[in-house]
Write a protein that binds this ligand. Structure first.
Ligand code: TNX
Length: 520
């Protein structure tokens, strides 16, 4: 009779010999829900026969991984991938079971998403000797929104980096690529109806370097954008890997690049250049002008047609109200609509966009300023809005008192938690060490179970003002992204930092072999 035992986080920390041995073999991030590890293993050195009656991508993908990463070709060990809709009750769409014993390897899931994740777990189980331990795993994620945000606006990354990030997200079972495509510093998505957005808005003449208001500049121009064709390819690449690409088109602030292209979009109408400075740009859309709504709706219409994502992110953060304050048109709009202050104007604008997006059969998401509460010391408009945000809007919490998030939950909003001092990948490792990232807790204390259910998950954000090269981006992202992956996937009671940490050398070796990080 073969001995099986359950590897619980607690057992591992206490460290029985068998458990310690098994823990060494089993290096999975994010850690699964339920796992039993046997004391024998199956050798894949002689090759595998992958059978996937119901789904083809995962099978080809797995064959590719085993060949590329371990030199495992075709042979006799059976790997069966199977989907069965009846499993949805226990596994949901993203869950899977993975069983390995003398008979071979079996992965089952209700949906191809789960199958793909079973494959990712299997991939992590292969040892350098090309063996896999006998295991029985039943797994599904704690949260459905596990996002990584790539800031293309500050520095354009290009398809190769985007797809590399998608591959690494997939390894870690992350499922949302939040794509920050427009900002003051650049417009990075082709919009057919408004060609100047990319002709003018995707290039700046120089770039501030080092840190905020350093006064130092790289004198070279920076530019780049994705054609709609490239975007379609990246979306398809991501979809195969169970990743939804959520586009973010910033409005009504962080709009300088668009205003540089079409000065009539702003309230001042002045001709500006795409700013080289990353901080403090005051240009905002003229939310009192029907032509500006028409423009934004046209843009969103093209974006909605391109991206299958249910959610469209409209930014909404850090809007500088100074230009609105000076604008007679905005003043007239406020009088007409009986609005009290400029936060009301932002909520009015945001609800308008939300309505439009819902009309397209989609849903709007925005940073928590869309609730109309001031969270910035520098804001000239400290009054909270009296208007309320459209109920279906997803609130992306990043800044301000946690009470703001709780109130949004109490109002029934879905919330993605990206609290900046836990999840900002542009912050250095002293500010956010891997351990702090790992201990990020998504659901605030003191909310009801029903409210907790509205916490969709988390995002980690790779803001790119000071990371001009892919190498800089990777240095900030890896290994912290692995901690966020586990925060999103693994149930809080199954988290264990020392077990997580023990897997980092293996992950680092894999990232190194893909040219993502340098050797140590
Ligand atoms: C705040 S987070 C921003 C970004 C910056 C980031 C830098 C957010 C919604 N807005 O525009 O890149 O801080 O940490």
């Amino acid at each position: 009779m073969k001995k099986f035992f359950i590897v619980l986080a607690a057992v591992m920390t206490l460290g029985g010999t068998l458990a310690a041995g098994a823990a060494q073999q089993v290096q999975i991030v994010p850690w699964p829900n339920r796992i039993t590890v046997g004391d024998e293993s199956l050798s894949l050195a002689g090759g595998v026969a992958i059978k996937s009656p119901s789904e083809s991508f995962a099978a080809g993908y797995l064959a590719g991984l085993l060949a590329d990463e371990y030199g495992i070709g075709s042979g006799k060990v059976k790997i069966i991938l199977n989907t069965d809709a009846k499993l949805a009750g226990t596994l949901g769409e993203e869950g899977y079971t993975l069983n390995i014993d003398s008979k071979g390897i079996r992965i089952a899931a209700a949906d191809k998403k789960g199958l793909f994740y079973g494959v990712q777990t299997l991939r992590q189980l292969v040892t350098p000797e090309r063996k896999v331990p006998y295991v029985s795993i039943e797994d599904r994620p704690a949260f459905g929104w596990r996002a990584f945000m790539l800031d293309e606006a500050r520095y354009f990354k290009g398809k190769e980096v985007a797809e590399k990030m998608i591959d690494e997200m997939a390894r870690l079972k992350m499922n949302v690529l939040h794509w920050h495509l427009t900002d003051d510093a650049g417009w990075r998505i082709e919009i057919k109806k408004y060609p100047l957005l990319t002709e003018v808005g995707s290039v700046r003449d120089s770039s501030e370097i080092g840190t905020w208001r350093s006064g130092r500049y790289d004198p070279n121009p920076h530019g780049g954008f994705y054609t709609q064709e490239e975007i379609r390819e990246i979306i398809a690449y991501a979809a195969d890997r169970n990743i939804t690409v959520v586009p973010e088109i910033e409005m009504p602030g962080h709009a300088s690049a668009a205003i540089a292209a079409y000065p009539w979009l702003g309230t001042t109408k002045e001709k500006i250049r795409v700013p080289a400075d990353f901080a403090g740009n005051p240009w905002v859309y003229n939310v009192a002008d029907p032509k500006v709504y028409e423009f934004l709706q046209d843009v969103i219409t093209e974006v909605a047609a391109l991206f299958p994502s249910q959610v469209i992110h409209i930014g909404g953060d850090e809007v500088k109200y100074d230009h609105w304050k000076l604008s007679p048109e905005v003043k007239a709009l406020m009088e007409k609509e009986g609005m009290q202050n400029l936060s009301d104007v932002q909520v009015y604008f945001t609800n308008n966009m939300s309505n439009f997006i819902e009309g397209l059969g989609k849903r709007m998401m925005g940073w928590n300023e869309i609730l109309g509460k001031n969270v910035h010391e520098w804001s000239t408009e400290a009054n909270a809005a009296s208007a309320t945000l459209a109920p279906n809007a997803v609130v992306h919490f990043w800044k301000g008192d946690v009470a703001i998030m709780k109130e949004a939950l109490a109002q029934g909003h879905d919330v993605v938690n990206s609290t900046h001092n836990y999840t900002y990948l542009d912050y250095n490792y002293n500010t956010i060490p891997v351990k702090l990232a790992y201990h990020f807790s998504l659901v605030p204390e003191g909310v009801s179970a029903q409210e907790a259910g509205h916490v969709l998950g988390l995002g980690c954000q790779m803001w790119s003002e000071w990371t001009p090269t892919p190498k800089d981006v990777y240095r900030q992202t890896f290994p912290r992204i692995a901690a966020y992956a586990e925060v999103g996937w693994t149930r809080p009671e199954n988290k264990d930092f020392s077990r997580f940490e023990s897997v980092l050398p293996r992950l680092k070796a894999e990232w190194k072999s893909r040219g993502i990080i340098a050797g140590e």
